[in-house]
Design a protein around this ligand. Structure first.
Ligand code: CO
Length: 173
């Protein structure tokens, strides 16, 4: 599936609750994991592929984590926080330090609609918070101060333009 990038309205939209847990949803989940693996990422939220539903997937092979969260709600955030360099498949080529709580408790449903909850810390907690933001139209750059955010947006635009120009040149050869 195509991953939408910064500047597209779909990344700034509020996502709808999932009400129907059927084969279509399972098919979509499969495609989410394929897209995530192909992009070499560790988390992907539905709006990033243009679907405005409250679903995200996390894939951290080094920790044996492969998990789908449907209609998630984060109920608890730890008081202790850490900085970490975050990137986003929708803002390719850039990363920036973001401060977030170290651990979170999340209630969600699995792909069959079965409720579960878990408490995550470290990288897993980081990814959950990042993907959860996506469901509310929020990106990690929104956690930065205004000046840093502006810098990120303009360097993204610069990178993205030059990448597209390179592609055009190559396809001319
Ligand atoms: Co992201």
């Amino acid at each position: 599936m195509k991953i939408f990038v910064l500047g597209d309205k779909v990344l700034r939209s509020q996502c709808e609750e999932v009400a129907v847990f059927d084969d279509n949803l399972k098919f979509f989940e499969d495609k989410m994991f394929d897209t995530l693996e192909n992009a070499d990422g560790i988390g992907l939220a539905a709006p990033q592929v243009g679907k405005l539903i409250r679903l995200f997937v996390v894939l951290i092979p080094s920790q044996n984590i492969k998990k789908t969260f449907v209609n998630p709600i984060i109920t608890d955030y730890s008081k202790d926080t850490s900085p970490y360099n975050e990137g986003c498949l929708s803002i390719p080529g850039l990363e920036h330090e973001v401060i977030r709580p170290n651990s979170v408790t999340v209630y969600a449903q699995d792909i069959n609609g079965k409720p579960f909850h878990l408490t995550a810390d470290g990288l897993f907690a980081r990814v959950i918070q990042h993907e959860y933001d996506h469901l509310n139209g929020k990106l990690y750059i929104d956690h930065l101060d205004d000046e840093e955010k502006k810098k990120m947006i303009s360097s993204f635009k610069r990178n993205f333009k030059s990448q597209n120009n390179k592609k055009k040149k190559n396809s001319n050869v």
